[in-house]
Design a protein around this ligand. Structure first.
Ligand code: ADP
Ligand code: MG
Length: 375
């Protein structure tokens, strides 16, 4: 038909070219587009497990096009901790605007999103349900794939946005407001938990000590700033190694020791707050560093990772980097903005789940427990 078109000329030629284009080139082009669409996926991530409403767009599981985090700190601050019911209500109020901002910053219309990934758990169930059901509705309305992501596995994935990434397997320390655990990570979604805290999480201990000292909530950042001016060792607090060969943590004894010091020094503990902060922080860091180094030794991993909200702690990053260098290991940490809860890590891990064919079943629901809790 094309040849005939060339000879006949004029409108017929145009028609012939169109038919040919439509029947062959268009199909080829369409196929290529589908393939590219499959490989280069722009995923909308949604995170509402606790007190941050977050949305992000990540391309290919590694390129962050946008990441928006709306913190509820001001809402919970007067109560000295997260109030679950308030958290859910605030997520409902914020979710649409946060998703819109993430799409706008990524320069995307809703119909340009290829798939959706939302935190499935663990977290506050009422808070989880907001983001998870929003994600489901968004995906169904657009008829695109979606998946549920484990919040802890996503934190561990947060080291995969850097220029250099760990080689598998690696040992990871997850330290946040709700968790303190060490994992032997075989791949993004397959990991063995070597140990975890028996009582408080490290971030929770920072928050509670800050509360005792009247420093407000959340306390991690305030304590670490005060600690810069304090003298570790001036006051002595215990190091809870538990069984030195195992990977369990405990921070409740340390918390009690700080409380006892405050009770027994009512007249002068105020002047000693920087020293209390420095010694408390040193006691937490010493044990965290020791256990992660032991985990690397036990598993034979040459790469280690530090993730979670407490991974933003400058002193912890510094001490761990020193210990890793001395042992000839390579330490990977997320950038500071990816340490706390965010949706980029959810979209990033979601990409790998979807690529591996992990499309969520219709009846998948939010879950207060973690998949990563096994092992
Ligand atoms: P979760 O997911 O468990 O809610 P995040 O991963 O958001 O927790 O981390 C929040 C925790 O990190 C809080 O307990 C906070 O005090 C702690 N945190 C944040 N910055 C620092 C810091 N610089 N030093 C120590 N802890 C910190
Ligand atoms: Mg978290």
């Amino acid at each position: 038909m094309l040849l005939a078109g060339f000879f006949i000329g004029g409108p017929v030629k145009v028609f012939a070219v169109r038919v040919l284009y439509g029947s062959v080139f268009f199909r080829v082009r369409f196929r290529v587009r589908l393939r590219v669409r499959h490989l280069v996926m722009k995923i909308l991530g949604i995170e509402t497990s606790c007190d941050e409403t977050a949305a992000a767009v990540v391309e290919d599981g590694s390129r962050i096009l946008s990441s928006v985090v709306a913190s509820q700190v001001a809402v919970h601050h007067p109560y000295g901790g997260v109030v679950p019911e308030l958290a859910s209500r605030k997520h409902i109020e914020a979710i649409v605007a946060v998703v819109e901002e993430a799409l706008e910053k990524a320069g995307l219309r809703t119909d340009q999103v290829d798939a959706v990934a939302a935190t499935r758990g663990p977290g506050l169930v009422g808070a989880l349900l907001v983001g998870f059901n929003f994600a489901k509705a968004f995906a169904y309305a657009r008829a695109i794939p979606w998946t549920g992501v484990d919040h802890l596995e996503a934190h561990i994935y947060s080291v995969f946005f850097g220029d250099e990434v760990p080689g598998l397997p690696y040992a990871a320390l997850l330290v946040s407001g709700g968790h303190t655990s060490i994992y032997h990570v075989k791949n993004h979604c397959e990991m063995t938990r070597l140990g975890e805290t028996l009582d408080d999480a490290a971030g929770e201990a920072f928050d509670k000590v800050a509360k005792m000292l009247g420093l407000g909530y959340p306390g991690g950042n305030v304590i670490s700033e005060l600690a810069e001016r304090g003298r570790p060792g001036k006051i002595q607090f215990p190091r809870a190694y538990m069984d030195k060969a195992a990977f369990a943590f405990s921070f409740s004894g340390l918390k009690t020791a700080v409380n006892r010091f405050i009770q027994t020094h009512p007249e002068n503990y105020h002047e000693l707050i920087p020293d209390i902060a420095a010694e408390f922080q040193a006691a937490v860091i010493e044990v965290l560093v020791y256990k992660l180094m032991r985990a690397a030794e036990k598993t034979g991993c040459r790469d280690i990772a530090l993730v979670g909200g407490v991974a933003a702690n400058r002193k912890l990053r510094e001490e761990l980097a020193k210990a890793a260098k001395d042992a000839g290991l390579t330490l990977f940490t997320p950038s500071i903005d990816l340490c706390g809860d965010n949706a980029a890590m959810i979209a990033g891990l979601g990409y790998h789940l979807l690529k591996d064919g992990d499309k969520a079943p219709e009846d998948l629901s939010a879950d207060v427990y973690s998949r990563a809790a096994r092992g």
